[in-house]
Each structure stands twice: as structure tokens, then as C-alpha cells.
Write a protein of this length. Structure first.
Length: 294
């Protein structure tokens, strides 16, 4: 049996570094780094420029806060960060460290991370040389997925006001009120294409009506928003010429007349539950097809 030193002599380092490590998940990289100093240095080098790091469902259950804090220190170029379902590990401190270390971040998924609140989105002020606009934390964030995050509040959106968000998913978040939807319609009106506020029971027509200013809006999910009425949805459809898909099952104040009218206009009505949901969603021209399924 070959020992580690003998194996190292047989490896092509460039191939390993550039063609093998990108396919390894975080748990495997973590184990590999403890094999020897050479692998440790190689993994650190890879993490410093990695744009995405996979985390298996099995490892998500065992990740600790210290693992994410260590990851924040070693990364700086992540584009896609999926922390969903890691409630025990994803604290405000860990999220804050990760987003401030990775200014290139485009997609952030923190669904079911119940500890996250406004403190997790705080931007650290750099005391050194002034940062350029393109190197400011969250300045490139396009997608925020925070479904079932019970402590997400409107203050979080205020911290993201400078981000060019194109898609926001806040399904099932208790503190998504009219204030939060108004912030979305104000801060992100120039870029917002997809908004998911399903099961946000406090949202009313007062804030939903402001979405008429989001000229690029294509997809709107308001399933189980019981306080929303026909007139605000009609205004959005009439004003947002790019609108293609609407989900509004279990909206108790929405009439069948409106649903018929939208269908006549060619608006795809997405179902809230059942196999038809995934099928319709995936067949649509939605670049976030996997992101918005829950």
C-alpha cells in the first residue's frame, strides 16, 4: 500500500488543483486538508478563489458555526452561497463574516436559517484604503432566498438597499409586512424580476400596489396572502408589461373572475401545491426555476 508521501509524488498538482478540487464538497475538502500540510495548503489556495462550494445534505446537519467562520476567513470570491437548512450553524456572526469576505456574491440562500436577523446583514466599514463600488459587500447580489426565516425583518432589506436584487424570495417569513414589500418596491424597483411573498399573511394591497413601479417584474408569488384583493393584482398586471407568471392560490379575497381574466391575457397561473407546480415552474422560462421551489 502506498503511503501519502509516495502518492504525492505521483500526482499532477495542476490537474488536482484545477480539475479535481472544484468537484469536491465542503466536507471532503475539510477532510482532505487534514491529510497533510501539502493538501492543507492546496485546499486553502483553492478556497481563496472558489466561486461556489457544494455542501451535501448529510454534512449540513453537522456543520458548526466555527466551520462557517473558518470558511469566511479562507474565501473571498464566492458567487453562490447556499446555507439553506443549516439553522444551527448559520448565526448572525457567521453570515456577517461570509458576506463581508465575499464581495462578489451574486446568490445567497439562507432558507430556514431561523437565527438570522438584521445583525447578519451588517456591512463592515473598512478602515483601510477605500473600497471601490464593485468591491463593496453585497453590491453585486442579485438573488436573495430567505424562505421560512422567522427573524428576517424589514431592516434586513434596508441593509441591502444598494444591491441590484433581481429576485427576492421571502415565503413564510413572519415579519414580511407591508413595510418589507414597500422596501422591495422602492429599493429594487429598477431590477426586480421575481418576488415570492407566499404565506406572508400580513401583506395587504397597500404595499402590493407599489409593485406597479417594478417595470421588469416577471414572476409574482402571493399564495395565501389573504389580505390581497383583485384591484392591486390587476394594477400590477396592467402596469408591469413583462409579467408572465402569478401564483395566488388560497388568496381568499381574489375572485375567480380575476383568475379567468389573467388566463385570457396569457398569464401563467402557478399552482401552490401538487406535482403540477414543479412541472409548470420548470417548463417556464424562469432562470431561477430551482431557487424558487419550496
Amino acid at each position: 500500500m502506498l503511503h501519502v508521501p509516495a502518492i504525492l509524488d505521483l500526482l499532477n498538482w495542476d490537474t488536482l488543483h484545477d480539475s479535481v478540487l472544484p468537484f469536491l464538497d465542503l466536507h471532503t475538502l475539510h477532510q482532505l486538508s487534514f491529510t497533510c500540510h501539502t493538501f492543507h495548503d492546496m485546499v486553502d489556495s483553492y478556497l481563496s478563489y472558489a466561486t461556489h462550494i457544494g455542501i451535501t445534505d448529510k454534512f449540513r446537519k453537522s456543520v458548526k458555526e466555527r466551520n462557517l467562520l473558518g470558511l469566511a476567513q479562507k474565501t473571498g470570491n464566492l458567487r453562490n452561497l447556499d446555507l439553506s437548512g443549516m439553522s444551527d450553524a448559520v448565526s448572525n456572526r457567521a453570515l456577517k463574516s461570509l458576506i463581508n469576505s465575499n464581495c462578489e456574491l451574486r446568490i445567497l440562500n439562507i432558507s430556514r436559517c431561523s437565527k438570522i436577523g438584521p445583525e447578519g446583514f451588517e456591512i463592515e466599514v473598512n478602515d483601510g484604503p477605500s473600497r471601490g463600488e464593485n468591491s463593496y459587500p453585497m453590491s453585486k447580489l442579485e438573488v436573495l432566498i430567505a424562505n421560512w426565516c422567522r427573524n428576517i425583518r424589514p431592516q434586513c432589506l434596508v441593509s441591502l438597499a444598494h444591491a441590484p436584487l433581481r429576485a427576492i424570495s421571502l415565503a413564510g417569513t413572519w415579519y414580511t409586512t407591508d413595510e418589507a414589500v414597500s422596501d422591495c418596491a422602492t429599493f429594487f424597483k429598477d431590477n426586480l424580476e421575481c418576488l415570492n411573498i407566499a404565506k406572508c399573511y400580513k401583506v395587504t394591497d397597500a404595499s402590493l400596489n407599489l409593485l406597479v413601479h417594478c417595470s421588469k417584474l416577471r414572476i409574482l408569488k402571493i399564495t395565501s396572502c389573504w389580505r390581497v384583493n383583485d384591484w392591486s393584482v390587476r394594477r400590477i398586471v396592467d402596469s408591469c408589461k413583462e409579467i408572465q407568471q402569478v401564483a395566488m392560490d388560497d388568496c381568499r379575497s381574489i375572485t375567480k373572475t380575476l383568475m379567468f381574466d389573467l388566463n385570457e391575457k396569457g398569464i401563467l397561473l402557478l399552482e401552490a401545491i401538487g406535482e403540477g407546480t414543479s412541472e409548470k415552474w420548470d417548463l417556464s422560462e424562469n432562470y431561477l426555476q430551482r431557487m424558487f421551489r419550496f
